[in-house]
Design a protein around this ligand. Structure first.
Ligand code: BT5
Length: 264
């Protein structure tokens, strides 16, 4: 069953995120729709939500598996008053917000993986894709795309991601009410976004670091054909991962896929 968009709209009345709300039973990608809305001048807090996506996108032209009737696919328009190089702080804050919500369903089993994955029992339950439009004045808007596997079953996951992906239903053994989840997600995103815009990145970074097991571990980050490995030291204010290489050099990596090489 799809979303009851009327109930959803009513539940979001007066909230910062989710007003206005654009609902689609099927769409290519909620990020693409939100980006167009952003170009047309949509207000901060505008949200797009779909029951399924035919062209769900991950980073680097990857596909986000987006079948109907079970998950959350949403994109939110934000218009932060910060410099473009600080924009990754928004996806870091979103990761923290999602992790906090998922933790309510599975306390103690949620982790964050740089740059933007939320893991449940070490498998990916949520992916975040932020896209930005800049102009001469700085950031015009950011589209914050969030996909959460809520009720998808193990056998509905494509075989190639069954070992790396999971859902709330798989991990809790029960069906989760998507409506409740999206309402708390939008509220919590608003809370952490406010924290970021009014008080800065400090508390978000601290919470992120506490939930990221790769910190202090030996990691490897791959980006296209480049590989950087070393000890993950922390997170920079531009969202980069700080790595101490074997040559004792400190490098900052701003994009790629990270894996822990050996947990100590
Ligand atoms: C991401 O990319 O994790 C960002 C995903 C963002 C999806 C949302 S849904 C709403 C909005 N609209 C969009 O079109 N996108 C956003 P990345 O880190 O590149 O991870 C992609 C990889 O995750 C794929 O190559 C698969 O290995 C895996 N994957 C694909 N679908 C998945 C799923 N449903 N659950 C878990 N892993 C998945």
């Amino acid at each position: 069953m799809g979303w009851n968009s009327e109930v959803l709209e009513k539940s979001l009345a007066g909230k910062f995120i989710g007003r206005p709300l654009y609902y689609y039973p099927v769409i290519g990608s909620t990020n693409d729709v939100a980006f167009r809305l952003g170009v047309w001048g949509a207000l901060e807090g505008t949200a797009v939500i779909a029951d399924s996506q035919t062209k769900g996108k991950g980073r680097l032209q990857r596909v986000w598996h987006s079948p109907p009737g079970s998950n959350i696919y949403t994109s939110i328009i934000l218009r932060p008053n910060c410099k473009p190089d600080q924009a990754p702080q928004i996806s870091i804050a979103a990761g923290v917000a999602v992790a906090e919500i998922i933790n309510e369903y599975c306390p103690g089993h949620v982790q964050l993986k740089w740059p933007n994955d939320v893991l449940l029992n070490k498998k990916k339950v949520c992916g975040i894709l932020a896209q930005m439009k800049t102009s001469a004045n700085g950031i015009d808007f950011v589209v914050l795309g969030i996909g959460i596997n809520v009720n998808i079953g193990y056998n509905q996951l494509p075989p190639d991601i069954r070992t790396i992906a999971t859902s709330l239903a798989i991990e809790t053994g029960r069906e989760i009410a998507r409506l409740e989840l999206i309402i708390s997600l939008y509220e919590n995103l608003a809370k952490w976004y406010k924290q970021l815009t009014q008080r800065g990145f400090g508390a978000i970074k601290e919470k992120w670091l506490n939930l990221a097991p790769m910190i202090s571990q030996k990691v490897q980050v791959m980006f296209r054909n480049e590989v950087v490995s070393g000890k993950a030291l922390g997170l920079d204010d531009d969202g980069s991962l700080i790595i101490l290489t074997v040559n004792n050099e400190t490098v900052k990596v701003s994009a790629g896929d990270a894996t822990i090489l050996k947990e100590s």
